[in-house]
Write a protein that binds this ligand. Structure first.
Ligand code: KIV
Ligand code: ZN
Length: 521
């Protein structure tokens, strides 16, 4: 099935979410799925339903929303996995079952301990079963790029005969190089008799930094579906980055002569959303969506740009959703101007959220002369992210001196009207605040990671803090923003405390001491 249309299969919620520190809550996954449908991806791989009841529920919730794209779930080649995927995705008008089994000698011998024929039998059985439940079935021979070419062709041919409608070729360990991958795809095109009956797909990992280049090589050799993730998040060094592959195909359309259906102006807002939700910051020099992707610093480049943008600019920032003007708002800007800017930046807030965001904007504009796009994005993300409690930060006070421990006092209010004050000391102001927050909320967490980023330029820029903690063998992430980075840290830590408590209240096992001392005032 060779056409001039490339299907974009987004696996941010499955392969991306599998990456350490990238796990998302159900409501976060729903927000990402909605953003992906606004981006107009063709297929959303929403998760791996057999992995856990939580995964099943989130795939089902996304499918039931019926956002528009095909909703897909991943399954190993066994009946239980396949039934679970079907039960989870069937609520979407368009749904897909994706089955996989490893085929390389390394995986056959060391992981599966299965012979070549057994693997084909297992794949064929799974595909047939999936086809009985669903017309749209994808098959992936895991570690295809390290599989013997003749055996890979045999597997692919058997998969098509069994009823697979898409066959995906993964470079699971990011090992291949473009010329070799081109050869692999051309080999399949030549040696698999029925290959034109299906959509040939590519799925690359970025271990050697070649996921996008390898995917483009596959496309050039005939692949018509690309599997990718927003910001390239994923296992280890990540997956093929969606924004890079889409803009490569668009910018070099005279070479590839292929189209995607992607609404490219949604690339930047979607990238920001995923980065804010996962806490995985986009490097400044990241292609397409990095802060410096369209910045020209060298004098000679600036001179050229002033003569004609095409001298040094191969894409327009507006085409990827980065607004041309970094319009500055201030404390005299009204609700109207604020709302227009929020919409221009690609966010979709309802009336209630707009009001909350506008209040936060007014507060910030009182502290900070100029409010930039980065500040507005941080406000909107905060409104979107704002954890519903049970605890809210009423105030914090910190004392710190060189050569002495810092001390911090925090006052928290709870949903049920309690006020708690606690004081603690620590090596520095942040450690003291975190200790005081733990005492106040009666919880003990293990801090694993603390990151601060500035939301915009300037001395009075807001700090965005992301913290990752471990509690009860699970990892949690929280975020907070403020012009005061210690306060941003406190807000991030309280966000994470609230997430842990809410999870416990929903029934997760608890280690939390019920006798934790709390001074009620
Ligand atoms: O990388 C890989 O091989 C995968 C498959 C399950 C498609 O993610
Ligand atoms: Zn993968």
């Amino acid at each position: 099935m060779t056409s001039d249309r490339i299907r974009i299969f987004d696996t941010t919620l499955r392969d991306g979410e599998q990456a350490p520190g990238c796990s998302m809550t159900l409501s976060e996954k729903l927000r990402v799925a909605k953003a992906l449908s606004e981006l107009n991806v063709d297929i959303i791989e929403a998760g791996f339903p057999a992995a856990s009841p939580g995964d099943f529920e989130s795939v089902k919730a996304i499918a039931d929303e019926n956002f528009g794209p095909v909703i897909c779930g991943l399954a190993r080649c066994n009946p239980d996995d396949i039934e679970k995927v079907h039960a989870a995705v069937k609520g979407a008008d368009k749904h897909r079952i994706h089955v996989f089994v490893a085929t390389s000698a390394i995986h056959r011998e060391h992981k599966l301990k299965m012979a070549k024929e057994e693997i084909i039998k297992s794949a064929v059985g799974a595909i047939k079963m999936a086809r009985e439940l669903c017309d749209d079935v994808e098959f992936s021979p895991e570690d295809a790029s390290r599989t013997e070419l003749s055996y890979l062709a045999e597997v692919v041919s058997a998969a098509i005969e069994a009823g697979a409608t898409t066959v995906n070729i993964p470079d699971t360990v990011g090992y291949t190089v473009p010329a070799e991958f081109d050869r692999l795809f051309r080999h399949l095109k030549e040696h698999v008799a029925n290959i034109d009956d299906i959509v040939l797909s590519v799925h690359c990992h970025n271990d050697l930094g070649m996921a996008v280049a390898n995917s483009l090589a596959a496309v050039h050799a005939g692949a018509r579906q690309v599997e990718c993730t927003i910001n390239g998040i994923g296992e280890r060094a990540g997956n093929c980055s969606l924004e890079e592959i889409v803009m490569a195909l668009k910018t070099r359309s005279e070479f590839f002569e292929l189209d995607t259906g992607i609404e490219t102006t949604r690339l930047y807002p979607t990238s920001r959303l995923v980065s804010s939700i996962t806490g995985m910051h986009v490097p400044r020099n990241k292609a397409i969506v990095g802060e410096n992707a369209f910045a020209h610093e060298a004098g000679i480049h600036q001179h050229g740009m002033l003569q004609h943008a095409s001298t040094y600019e191969i894409m327009l920032p507006e085409d990827v959703g980065i607004s041309k003007s970094n319009l500055v708002l201030g404390k005299h800007s009204g609700r109207h101007a604020f709302r227009d800017r929020v919409v221009e930046l690609g966010f979709d807030l309802d009336e209630f959220e707009t009001n909350r965001a506008f209040q936060a904007f007014k507060k910030l504009a009182d502290k900070k002369k100029d409010v930039y796009d980065g500040d507005i994005e941080a406000i909107v993300m905060d409104v979107d992210n704002s954890s519903p409690g049970p605890w809210a930060l009423k105030s914090m006070q910190v004392n710190t001196r060189t050569d002495e421990d810092a001390s911090a006092t925090v006052i928290l209010t709870s949903e049920d009207g309690n006020t708690v004050e606690q004081t603690a000391t620590g090596d520095g102001p942040v450690a003291a605040c975190f200790a005081a927050l733990e005492l106040a909320a009666g919880i003990g967490l293990t801090l694993k990671n603390f990151e601060v980023h500035s939301a915009t330029i300037g001395e009075d820029a807001q700090g965005e803090v992301t913290v990752t903690v471990e509690y009860d063998n699970s990892s949690y992430r929280g975020q907070g923003t403020s012009v005061d980075i210690v306060e941003a840290g406190c807000r991030a830590y309280l966000d994470v405390i609230n997430r842990v408590i809410r999870r416990e209240q929903r029934g997760a096992p608890s280690n939390r001491s019920s006798t934790a001392s709390q001074a009620l005032i």
